[in-house]
Design a protein around this ligand. Structure first.
Ligand code: FES
Length: 157
């Protein structure tokens, strides 16, 4: 599979760079663009980001490694995050995470064999008022029970 941005995507990269006083500050949204396109950040993808950002590969690798939201290995089509931090823990987050592991048959930062789901135990995602919460890709589900968890996953195709 090609790991080269299209002309249209390159225009988006330039537009992102233009938003910052220092173009290299656009590295995070450009890494996010890359992850959306290729699903995860392989070495070749990070080299492409380095090329379009005119940054050393080591710099790109450093940023991608620091933030857990950037995947350094293939993850599922539906990435399920379960918060077990304090507010969520007090309202059943840990039991919900155990349920998630059992239902999916995988653990933290693992993907199902068919590539449909991956699972991540996460720290607070800033939705404590709706604890316990989960996220599937970029959609948040608050006040989540095991029943609503199952219903959300049943709706993932
Ligand atoms: S503790 Fe779970 S969202 Fe804040």
């Amino acid at each position: 599979m090609s790991t080269t941005f299209s002309q249209e995507e390159l225009s988006s990269v330039e537009a992102l760079k233009a938003k910052y006083p220092e173009p290299k500050a656009a590295i995070m949204p450009v890494l996010w663009m890359a992850q959306k396109k290729w699903g995860w950040l392989s070495e070749d993808v990070m080299k492409e980001v380095a090329r379009v950002m005119e940054l050393p590969y080591a710099h790109v690798l450093g940023v991608a490694s620091f933030y857990t939201m950037y995947f350094k290995k293939p993850m599922g089509k539906h990435h399920v995050q379960v918060c077990t931090n304090v507010s969520c823990m007090l309202r059943g987050g840990e039991a919900l995470y155990r349920h998630a592991k059992e239902r999916l048959g995988i653990g933290h930062n693992q993907a199902t064999e068919d590539g449909k789901f991956s699972l991540e135990e996460v720290e607070c995602m800033g939705a404590c008022g709706g604890a316990p919460m989960i996220a599937v890709n970029e959609t948040f589900y608050e006040n989540c029970t095991q029943q609503t968890f199952d219903a959300v996953l049943d709706g993932c195709h």
